[in-house]
Design a protein around this ligand. Sequence first.
Ligand SMILES: [Zn+2]
Length: 410
Amino acid sequence: MRLPTFRREGFIIGFTLLCAVVAAATWLFAIQGGGDESSVIRVDSGWGETEITARLERPVSYRVFTLDDPRRVVVDFEQGAWPEGSAPAALDGSMVSGVRIGLFRPGTARMVVDLAEPARVETALFEEDGFHLTLEDTSASAFTAAAGAPEQSLWGTRNLPGSLALPRGPRLPAPGEPLVVMLDPGHGGIDPGAMRDGLMEKDIVLRAARTIGAALEATGRYIPVLTRSDDTFLPLDARVEEARRIRADVFISLHVNTVTVGQAQGVSVYSLSETASDKAAARIAALENRADILAGVDLEGEGSTVARILVDMAQRETNARSRALAAALVQKFDAKDGAIRSNPHREAGFRVLKAPDIPSVLIELGFLSDPEDRARMQSAAWGEGVAREIIAALDTWAEADRAARALVRH
Ligand SMILES: [Zn+2]
């Protein structure tokens, strides 16, 4: 059994001492299967710190938050397919009094860590052997102050560098305040997207999203958040909902195209319209919208007529802002030779662009059916180049957008 990697020097010293002096003072508990390699959960307690290891076969999106009265730490795992389990009754001396795990709702597994004492989450991350949650002592007042509000926690952000402290409250970013950019790598999991010569759209766009995310964060002007940061399936509406839940300022969906007839090359940018600008755009929207049908997602639930009208009103303003963003993107991509084809900005009814209040665009980054595009997209420098164009476009757009919105409010 591999010992978990402890990240805090103090704890390593504490842990070593503990092991050396009183072996019995190290608590090792296991749910499921009685403590052998098949255990789902393990709790290791040391001085002032407890590490909980949950063995998951592969990393999934997760969010962590604390709840008061009774005190507990909650971890939700998206797409989690876990055996159910509960902790042994006695976790004496540990700050953890119990661990339960199980299906929370379809597609989400929840782990609840009951706390014997107030604790704060020191680290939460995936490593090779599974999910690691490290808890540290804290005061009762600090625990209460930090507890609650799942809004504070995010899905699918673990592969981005740095911390992602999100601003709270209504999103009317002041000049100089970073914009929250939701990057949406298309497809994933059972839905590979376009495929050619062993290359899959879902992999290419995920790699691009990570590179773009890192570049956006490095500017200090943007806070990137990914809808998915691994190879999991996400319904289209869930991507939009997540963008709204975290109050994203911009939503950028990333895709890769393919054609079976004729030739096509380069980048194209799409914004939302119920009436497609041309047949090809309509065909592409239909292809991208198929993702949910493939995965058997229910497409019902459009809401009442009144709600629909309110949404439509918000959507009109948002659509204008989306079109401006798409135009800025086309202009930046166009500045690079050969990176664009004719008619680069198109409109169609993409489901994933339907957030009523968030400017949203979909970028088809290139064509898997084109040998040059294929080579370009596999090169190491490709993602960074794309990131530069996107940042340049966002900078131009954000300045104009801020000015326009300030005028509207006066
Ligand atoms: Zn796609």
